[in-house]
Design a protein around this ligand. Structure first.
Ligand code: SAH
Length: 346
């Protein structure tokens, strides 16, 4: 019975106002309830304390609030927190809080499992089960904001869509969630503090540009040589580098926003001079910077982090060509919370 009730957060503010008018109440009631649902993020109608008991009962008869539940929270030695988050249908996704001296970043999931098949990523071993709804993405951010305040005495400052899933394969819901996160009726965060990371879906990158989004874009590149990229990210066969390049040129022309390339260097895969030179050439197409990410082993040792020498060679090539580069150390490895390790081991 309960399952047949409608998820109240699937309604727009306008629709909520209409609901109350149809019930003979004031449209304004819709605004009040909307505020409880989003900016106050309550889990139960009974928490809506300025709403009459009769109205709360009415809501309860007609709707559910499918709030996520943090099923399990793990804390790393370095302060990183990983949440296993239970959805209303029992499926689980993971999100991560990453504290540094100056900021707290939430790393959130956009799908249960993933549509893609990157060979080096633990999430890819789970098949894609479903897309997350906007409220399920929003709730992950709210949960991490609360943990940030509780454990680090400050609100969340940044969000990266680098958890489970490919955000651009769940385009509409991700954009709706970001709209709520950035709106004053939601969390009021600046879009400049949000980064959407994609493995590179050219058509959708162009759509982001057409939709004039204000958040930042990161692309998981990992190789700028076609055959190499296809061997580690097989979907590259359908979305070749040339299309990716064209979509990024389109993105930059419209948004004037610099692209970040995420890049792991693996032993024997992409650790040669020609690999670094190909990356440098790719970086010249649009203003960009490179994040060299440490590899987090996921199992059988098929992939291994390249030597420090290879990393230094990359840094040297990039710097010589004036491409900004940073090396990102893994966080939360001891609790399997680092990049590419999210796979619901719990
Ligand atoms: N699908 C999106 C969002 C996931 S982001 C994307 O690919 O961008 C997760 C980031 O971690 C990506 O840059 C991904 O390439 C990287 N990653 C995946 N597995 C990893 C691993 N085992 N070690 C380090 N980084 C990994």
């Amino acid at each position: 019975m309960k399952d047949q009730k409608k998820d109240i957060r699937a309604l727009s503010k306008e629709q909520l106002r209409d609901f109350f008018v149809a019930q003979g109440d004031k449209a304004f009631r819709g605004n009040q309830v909307y505020e409880w649902l989003w900016s106050k993020s309550v889990h139960n109608f009974s928490d809506m304390t300025n709403i009459s008991l009769t109205t709360r009962e009415l809501l309860n008869e007609n709707f559910v609030i499918n709030h996520i539940k943090v099923d399990q929270m793990q804390q790393s030695k370095d302060g990183t927190i990983k949440n296993a988050v239970k959805l209303h249908d029992g499926l689980i996704v993971e999100s991560v809080l990453i504290p540094t001296e100056t900021r707290t970043t939430a790393c959130v999931s956009s799908q249960v499992g993933c549509s893609l098949d990157c060979k080096f990523c633990a999430t890819a071993r789970l098949k894609r089960m479903r897309n997350l709804n906007p409220d399920e993405i929003y709730d992950q951010v709210v949960a991490i904001d609360q943990e940030s305040r509780l454990y680090h005495n400050r609100p969340l400052s940044n969000i990266v869509f680098m958890g489970m899933g490919e955000p651009l394969m769940n385009y509409n819901n991700v954009l709706k969630a970001i709209e709520k996160i950035t709106s004053d009726e939601g969390l009021g965060m600046s879009p400049k503090r949000i980064t959407v990371s994609t493995s590179g879906v050219p058509k959708m990158i162009k759509k982001l540009a057409d939709d004039e989004v204000r958040f930042k874009l990161a692309v998981s590149l990992h190789s700028a040589i076609e055959e190499v990229r296809t061997s580690i990210m097989p979907f590259n066969e359908n979305f070749p580098l040339e299309d990716l390049r064209e979509s990024l040129e389109y993105w930059y022309a419209k948004t004037k926003s610099r692209v970040t390339y995420e890049y792991v260097v693996w032993k024997g895969v992409n650790d040669q001079l020609k690999d670094a030179q190909a990356l440098v050439r790719f970086c010249k197409y649009v203003p960009s910077k490179v994040n060299l990410i440490e590899y987090n082993p996921i199992d059988d040792g098929e992939y291994q982090q390249a030597s420090n020498q290879a990393l230094d060679m990359y840094i040297d090539q990039l710097e010589k060509n004036r491409v900004p580069v940073t090396v990102r150390r893994s966080r939360g490895k001891d609790i399997d919370a680092a990049c590419g390790q999210l796979a619901n081991k719990s």
